[in-house]
Design a binder for this molecule. Structure first.
Ligand code: NAP
Length: 418
């Protein structure tokens, strides 16, 4: 592969694919890395140090992560020139090496690109946004029993109202469409409406639900809940629910039980089976607050998933410790869920937890779960010891405020002592 302005490292190897789409990970995989804008470089440095310590503790010199720095956002404009927010080099690097990590990117104001994050998801067809949400002991939370929430949200990433098919109120296209819908279908739409289109396909919905069920089976989770607004939007949201059940029945019949079938088992999930149920989105928001421990893996369309992910993150203490990944087949990108927080850029202040926990998801994806577990337990010990960054310190009593790099050092000390 010829790159224009970046050079891949020569001391690592490529991740390759099995014919079934699973990945083959060498001992020293090359991982493209976009440090990101604003606080991105601070949290990337801290994350790199913690990962190196954990990998070395678990594998010695047998395995390592080999970073390949590529560019997007402001750093790309500096490296490649005006208006180059997302260079081909970066896309090609992810395609060649398959698994990448990314800090937050500022959204360009004006210019030819709406959002770099959305462009990356679309170009690489990263169709599932995966957000595990759980509480870490000691983290301040607005609810009484934050430990009861432990869910993994699979949010469809490419369709729905976020597809970007929108026409401005008063525009020629909006008027044409309104007139067409009125005359052809008898639709009742005010002429001064803006129009947004909400496409949801069998293919897009099924592949998302399939990934959620595969994940739940592999990780031995208890249930997959399809969250939708099908009572109102029958042919999009309602269809998502129906297609989700179809995937469960047609492809995983011997491994799952549907909620509607529970009666024949005395209302209980038979041992070893994964429960598939569904909930209407508004009821689900209530359920996750009132009975969070009844839910486990969630599969949902784009807009519901957007709201639900942040609401769940708030319940366990906010975005500072909320990881995320955008995953397709074969590519996957692990990334912080917060933005660039420009006022803290280069101040060595911010909480690196979101990117670090996203990196833990990446280690799981690579099959290096042991390293991920070690990082999580060391992070937990650091929070329990109340040595935390400003965002957590200001909400805790008796805590010591540490910088981003010191926070990483505390975690590394716990890794080394494990
Ligand atoms: P933001 O960067 O997420 O920051 C908003 C506030 O959230 C910060 O001021 C800070 O609050 C808190 N915060 C964010 N990250 C934190 C962390 N790691 N640790 C502790 N606190 C954290 O949101 P924004 O200011 O709306 O957006 C700034 C830029 O980021 C925009 O250009 C936006 O488009 C972009 N963005 C990018 C992504 C992405 O790349 N995935 C996502 C969202 C936004 P306090 O000041 O109260 O401490």
């Amino acid at each position: 592969m010829a790159y224009e302005r970046v050079t891949p490292p020569t001391n690592g190897d490529k991740i390759t694919m099995n014919p079934d789409g699973s990945i083959i990970v060498p001992d020293h995989p090359i991982i493209p890395r976009i440090a990101g804008d604003g606080i991105g470089p601070d949290i990337t440095r801290a994350t790199e140090r913690v990962l190196a310590a954990a990998v070395s503790k678990v594998y010695g010199t047998k395995k390592s992560l080999v970073w390949f720095d590529v560019y997007a956002g402001d750093a790309s404009v500096k490296h490649y020139g005006e208006n180059v927010w997302l260079p081909d080099d970066t896309i090609e690097a992810v395609k060649e090496f398959k698994v990448a990590i990314k800090g937050p990117l500022s959204t360009p104001v004006g210019g030819g690109i709406r959002s770099i994050n959305v462009a990356l998801r679309q170009i690489l067809d990263l169709y599932a946004c995966v957000r595990p949400v759980r509480w870490f002991n000691g983290v301040p939370s607005p609810v009484k029993e934050p430990q009861k929430l432990d869910v993994v949200i699979f949010r469809e990433n490419t369709e729905d109202i976020y597809k970007g098919i929108e026409y401005k109120e008063g525009s020629e296209k909006a008027h044409k469409l309104i007139n067409y819908l009125k005359s052809e279908f008898g639709a009742d739409i005010a002429m001064d409406s803006g129009i947004g289109i909400k496409p949801m396909s069998v293919t897009g919905s099924k592949r998302l639900v399939r990934m959620a069920i595969e994940y739940a089976l592999e990780k031995k989770r208890r249930s997959v809940t399809l969250v939708h607004k099908g009572n109102i939007m029958k042919f999009t949201e309602g269809a998502f629910r129906d297609w989700g059940y179809e995937v469960a029945r047609d492809e995983f019949r011997d491994k799952v039980v549907l909620e509607s079938e529970l009666e024949q088992f005395g209302g209980k999930v038979p041992a070893g089976k994964l429960l598939i149920n569904d909930r209407i989105a508004d009821a689900m928001f209530q359920q996750l607050l009132l009975r969070p421990d009844e839910y486990d893996v969630i599969a949902t369309p784009n807009l519901n998933g957007d709201y639900l992910s942040d609401a769940c993150a708030a319940q366990v203490g906010g975005l500072g410790l909320a990881p995320g990944a955008n995953i397709g087949r074969p590519y996957a990108m692990f990334e912080a869920t917060h933005g660039t927080a420009p006022k803290y850029a280069d101040k060595d202040m911010i909480n690196p937890g979101s990117l670090l926990l996203s990196a833990v998801m990446m280690l799981d994806h690579l099959g290096w779960d042991e390293c991920g577990k070690l990082i999580i337990s060391s992070l937990e010990k650091t929070i329990e010891a109340k040595t935390v960054t400003y965002d957590l310190e200001r909400q805790m009593t008796g805590a010591t405020k540490v910088s981003t790099s010191q926070f990483a050092t505390h975690i590394i000390e716990k890794i080394n002592a494990a």
